[in-house]
Design a binder for this molecule. Structure first.
Ligand code: HEC
Length: 160
């Protein structure tokens, strides 16, 4: 009886090790492959949950919305963000397109569904393990708000 249990445990361990080895042999570090569906689903869920949790709490004062803020945000965007996200934020550059995970169209529903507080958090802190840098040490909170307003203005435009 004892021996049977031990044998079963060893068998399960062996199968788990074999499965791990197989997964490792299939894994590729290449950024060219398209992310799989399961990977995208799991990574998006975890990202949403973590950003939502982190963005709770007090937000720095928001400058008035409107075209002045959107224009200032657009100027900063073209200087700091366009290298990956494209001049208009809607069509990623070649570099942005071939990052892993890929840079997104900032006017798309995927991005526009973030709340203002979440967008603010993402721009300030960046997203770990992706190409998205954190700008909290480069820009003031007010400048980050201008960028949030600029990104919101992209959602209102028709798709290119
Ligand atoms: C070096 C390339 C790079 C630069 C520069 C960059 N980004 Fe990003 N950004 C990315 C990548 C890659 C992603 C996708 C990350 C992901 O999949 O979670 C991203 C995602 C985002 C998102 C959406 C996050 C999401 O997951 O929905 C926002 C908003 C954003 N960037 C804003 C900006 C702003 C504003 C700037 C400039 C201040 C900027 N980015 C500069 C690469 C960059």
């Amino acid at each position: 009886m004892r021996h049977r249990k031990l044998f079963l445990v060893l068998l399960v361990l062996f199968l788990a090790a074999a499965a791990l080895l197989f997964a490792a042999s299939q894994f590729s570090l290449s950024a060219l492959n398209e992310p799989g569906r399961l990977e995208t689903y799991a990574a998006t869920k975890v990202k949403r949950w973590l950003v939502r949790r982190s963005a709770r709490g007090l937000l720095p004062a928001e400058p008035p919305r409107g075209s002045a803020s959107v224009n200032t945000g657009g100027m900063i965007f073209r200087g700091e963000c366009a290298a990956c996200h494209g001049i208009e934020g809607r069509k990623p550059t070649d570099i942005g397109r071939w990052m892993y995970p890929r840079t997104l169209d900032l006017g798309s529903p995927q991005v526009q569904q973030w709340s203002d507080a979440e967008l603010f958090w993402i721009i300030k802190n960046g997203v770990r393990m992706t190409g998205m840098p954190g700008f909290g040490k480069l820009h003031s909170d007010e400048q980050i708000w201008h960028l949030v307003h600029y990104i919101r203005s992209l959602g209102a435009q028709p798709r290119q």
